[in-house]
Write a protein that binds this ligand. Structure first.
Ligand code: AMP
Length: 224
């Protein structure tokens, strides 16, 4: 089963994808995480992507599509939750083609709807555990014990280079110009499921669970 989590930066896609992994055994496919790993590894893709990401712009479609193609091959047979992909109409068209080539089809697109004004606040202040990747926020989701990861006890945390107030504005502009056209694209397929991303994390998770309940049979099938 293949699901897309769509929404502007800071909508909570990563947090919900993490939950879906834990609860239902989905594999989270985050093109942002993949690019950050390429940057950290100093690969040619990473070197090309770094400056673009720091500006809050989108990495070229051909680079992203080739990266996703390789990842789809590696994740063969797993339920996937796509987080941060597709981000443009050409990427969505390529996804349809890549899935069809593998005899797969998109199950649904969950759209996290949020107020733009709240996004900068949500993004600036985010951090993740360097050991296990659990996500936190200084104000909205702090660690239970100061400086200690709730999940693994790690004490080292990382912040994204692009989670600054200036870059957030550019990322939002990119979303509105290049990613928002995906809404009519997927609405036409009847696969779009909006959720209120302004609700608290548990409520958003419950809304997503209700949508997933409609796919229960499909989830069972891929497990067999
Ligand atoms: P994210 O972690 O999804 O917020 O992505 C961080 C940054 O990586 C974005 O601001 C883009 O520069 C780049 N990026 C991630 N996914 C994509 C994508 N599907 N298409 C183009 N650029 C992407």
């Amino acid at each position: 089963m293949i699901l897309i989590l769509l929404g502007p930066p800071g909508a909570g896609k990563g947090t919900q994808a993490e939950r879906l992994e834990k609860r239902h055994g989905f594999r989270q496919v985050s093109t942002g995480d993949m690019l950050r790993a390429e940057v950290a590894g100093g690969s040619p893709i990473g070197r090309e992507a770094k400056a673009i990401m720091d500006r809050g712009e989108l990495v070229p479609d051909n680079v992203i599509i080739a990266m996703l193609d390789r990842r789809l091959a590696a994740e063969h047979g797993h339920d996937l939750i796509l987080d941060g992909f597709p981000r443009t109409v050409p990427q969505a068209e390529a996804l349809d083609r890549l899935l069809a080539e593998r005899g797969l089809a998109l199950s649904g697109v969950i759209v996290m709807e949020v107020d733009e004004e709240a996004l900068a606040e949500r993004i600036v202040g985010r951090f993740t555990c360097a050991t296990c990747g659990a996500s936190y926020h200084e104000r909205f989701r702090p660690t239970r014990a100061s400086g200690v990861c709730d999940r693994c006890g790690g004490r080292k945390f990382i912040r994204r280079a692009d989670d600054t107030r200036e870059t957030v504005l550019a990322r939002l502009a990119a979303y509105n110009a290049q990613t928002a056209p995906l809404l009519p694209y997927y609405r036409k397929t009847g696969k779009l499921h909006p959720v209120n991303g302004m609700a608290d994390i548990e409520e958003v998770a419950a809304a997503i669970e209700a949508i997933l309940a409609g796919f229960a049979a499909e989830l069972e099938l891929t497990r067999k």
